[in-house]
Each structure stands twice: as C-alpha cells, then as structure tokens.
Design a protein around this ligand. Structure first.
Ligand code: SF4
Length: 428
C-alpha cells in the first residue's frame, strides 16, 4: 500500500497553463524502460520525425544514460506545432517520461507520508493560477506510488534529516519545527525579509540547544516541550531582531565575497531558450565566475533575462516591496519550508539548519536579482516574479549548489551573522 501524500497549510494554487516553458528549458532524462516505451510508439513513421534523433546520450561516450532530444529552436523534439506534447496527445499522459508528468510537483519523503511541494520555476506556480494544491492529491498519489516502486518503501521511510551533525529528531518534532517556521513566515505584522531574519535568529539559537536532555529522557526537548520552546523563541525574536532593514549592519567583506559567487549559481541557466549568452562556452562560464567574484563592472548575462547592467546598479536601494511581491515571497518560502524542499534529499542532503540558511541566501539572491532586472525599467513586481522563477529553478536542482565548496561557503556566513545582514541589505 503506497504511502499517503499530504498537501500544505499555505494556500497555493496551480494548474498547467500550457505555456510550454518546461518543454523548452529542461533536458529531460529518460530511463531505459521509458526510452524503449517511447521508441515502441512508432514515432519514426511520422513524416516530420523520420530520421530525427529522438534521444541524446548524456554523460560521455561510455554512459548508457539518455535524455529527450531538442529541436534547433530549443523546444523538446516532441513538442508539436500546436504547442502540445505529441506523446500526451497521441498516447495520454501516462505514456510520457515520469519527469514530464510530475513537473512542477515535488514529492518529498516525510516518514509515513510524502509532502507535496511545487517548483516555482513554473510561471503558473509563481502566479498562483489554477486549483488549490490539495485538489491535485489524487494525481500526486499516482506519482508517489511510482516513485516508491522505483526507490523502495524503505528509502521513502528513512529517518528525517538531522538538524545538524549531532542533532537528530523524530519526524514529529521536525514537523513542529517547520510549522513554527512557517508561522513566523506568515506573520503579516512584518515585512517578509524581517520574518526571515527572525527564522535565522531561531536557527542560530537552536544550533546551541541540546534536544536529547544529555541522555535523560525526562529532560529531552521533544513533543509539547519543543512546541513551548519554539513559542518562547518566536517571542524572543520579536524583541531581539532589529526592525527595518536600515537598522541592520551592512554585510561585511566576507559576506559580500561569499554571497556574489553563490548568487551567480542561482542566476544561471545553461540549457534551453533561457540560456544566458555568457554561458555558451567554458571560457564564458569561467569569465562569469571571475566577474561575480570581483563584483565590479558589468553583471555577466548568465541568464537570458539578465539585462545589460552593472553590479553598482544592483546595490542601489529599491525601497519596500508592494503587497503583490510580498505575498509571492511569503508563499514561495512557506511552500519550500512546509514541503521540506529546503533540506534532506530534496536539497542535496542538507541538514535542517543548513537548509533554512540556504533558503535565506536564495531569498537574498532573489532580492539582488530583482534589482538587476528592475534596473532596465521593468516594473518591480514583474522583476520579483521573474527573480523567484530563476532562483527557484536552481534551488535544490543545480548540482553546483550541492558541492562541498558551496556548503562550506554557507558555513562561513552563519556564525559571522552575515545571512540576516545580506537579507536586510538587499531589502532596503
Ligand atoms: S511551465 Fe508550468 S504552466 Fe508552463 S507548460 Fe510547463 S507545467 Fe505547464
């Protein structure tokens, strides 16, 4: 019996609007079974697909891995002239590769169930269009059952990610922590950037806590005791966390030096029609990395949406965001937290505290990118929408963000209190 799938408390809507962005942006990997199934569908007999390579080998000449091929205009080889998937039209949804069917849902194992999340790289998710996520549960259950069949139930019911190396809690306590964080992020008395600084206060404080009571179960901080502690800390955050971003110290030299190269990874597209002009060659990618590290002169166009602008332009204060952008940022952060997309297997095996810190740096990257995008006159709400899409496309998916070097970079920022400073600096 497959594990159940749960939706989120935050209200998030989605339905495919058929924009075809995903059919143009991603290289979709296919298993050997999926490849054989699609080949058996007889596409070679279609006049316009005769002799067309439907799959491309990935991972070098020795590899047996394949992905769907793309047409010269960047679209998936199966995207028809009516902008519909030809496999779907002719054989139904189940005939498509699993990755195409699941997108933009994200299914995160959470003990005795799966959490349903969403990728905000999809414009419909950002724009909150369609039916509530809860109305997609039946469909999601089908995908979860397939994933469970492939990975095995044992992999799905594995223990929760640790809070940090020496802090392991139960799934129930992890749920209490994510619920408290989501509640902080929903507090309409604050701007979203301050809510996130309060979350960082919570993380910094709880990193020092001992949850197991030193081996004495009577002293262990678990269940209702943990809930009480979280409530107390949330009240303390109100006292301790500075108010407006102008009251927060600017990021120091280390913060700026570490932030820019990480931001470069969030503002990057190496495939599809949104590929940045600076990403078309190994030399271009190297030069982009050098320019981001220097942080002077022109911002490299690592994504097609990045306009011709300078690093200096991105440092100019933009002022408080309007209600529309604030609502989107709250929804985005809460979906990532409640679904568990910020840690564990969904985010390169990151422990919980590191995952929440990685979310704050992704948030700062959104704020920074919104300034870059708005520097050519784009309305700010539009700039924030686009920035969330671009950053979320990389969050938890760009393998470069999962490397030890990036995890080390993140570990430099937390103890130096640079993360709240970065969040506040780019919110001015
Ligand atoms: S990007 Fe989203 S809305 Fe557009 S086709 Fe893909 S799933 Fe549908």
């Amino acid at each position: 019996m497959p594990l159940p799938v749960r939706s989120l408390t935050v209200l998030q809507n989605w339905d495919c609007q058929g924009c075809t962005a995903c059919c143009r942006q991603y290289h979709v990997s296919v298993s050997a079974e999926e490849k054989a199934r699609i080949e058996a569908q007889g596409w070679a007999n279609e006049p316009d697909l005769k002799g067309v390579l439907l799959f491309k080998r990935t991972g070098g000449w020795r590899s047996k891995a394949h992905r769907l091929n793309h047409k010269p205009d960047g679209a998936c080889v199966f995207l028809g002239p009516d902008n519909r998937c030809r496999i779907h039209v002719k054989h139904g949804s189940a005939a498509k590769p699993l990755a195409c069917r699941i997108y933009p849902f994200s299914l995160v194992p959470a003990g005795e169930h799966w959490n349903l999340g969403l990728r905000f790289a999809c414009p419909s998710a950002v724009e909150d269009k369609g039916r509530p996520l809860a109305e997609h549960l039946a469909e999601a259950r089908g995908y979860a059952a397939t994933l469970e069949g492939e990975a095995g139930t044992a992999a799905v019911t594995a223990p929760p990610p640790p809070l940090q190396r020496s802090q392991q809690v139960t799934w129930g306590d992890l749920g209490r922590i994510t619920a408290a964080v989501s509640e902080l992020l929903a507090d309409e008395d604050d701007r979203v950037e301050r809510r996130l600084r309060k979350v960082l206060f919570l993380v910094a404080t709880l990193r020092k806590a001992t949850f197991d009571g030193g081996g004495d179960p009577k002293k262990a901080i678990t269940g209702s005791r943990l809930t009480e502690l979280l409530e107390l800390l949330c009240e303390e955050a109100e006292e301790d966390v500075p108010g407006p971003p102008e009251d927060v110290l600017p990021p120091g030299w280390v913060g700026q030096m570490v932030f820019r190269p990480v931001a470069a990874l969030y503002v990057r597209k190496d495939t599809g029609s949104d590929r940045g002009p600076a990403q078309t060659s190994a030399l271009g990618r190297l030069m982009s990395a050098v320019r981001f590290a220097r942080g002077k002169g022109r911002v490299p166009q690592t994504h097609a949406a990045v306009p011709v602008t300078t690093f200096a332009a991105a440092e100019k204060p933009l002022g408080p965001l309007g209600d529309e952008s604030e609502e989107l940022l709250e929804r985005w952060l809460r979906v990532k937290v409640e679904s568990g997309q910020f840690c564990g297997p969904a985010n390169f095996g990151m422990p919980v505290w590191d995952g929440l810190e990685s979310l704050s740096i992704a948030f700062a990257a959104v704020e920074w990118l919104a300034r870059v995008l708005a520097s050519d006159g784009r309305p700010i709400d539009d700039a924030v929408r686009t920035a969330v899409r671009i950053v979320d496309d990389n969050y938890g998916f760009n393998p470069l963000l999962g490397r030890g070097r990036q995890k080390y970079a993140l570990s430099l920022l937390g103890p130096r209190l640079e993360l709240p400073r970065l969040v506040a600096w780019y919110a001015r």
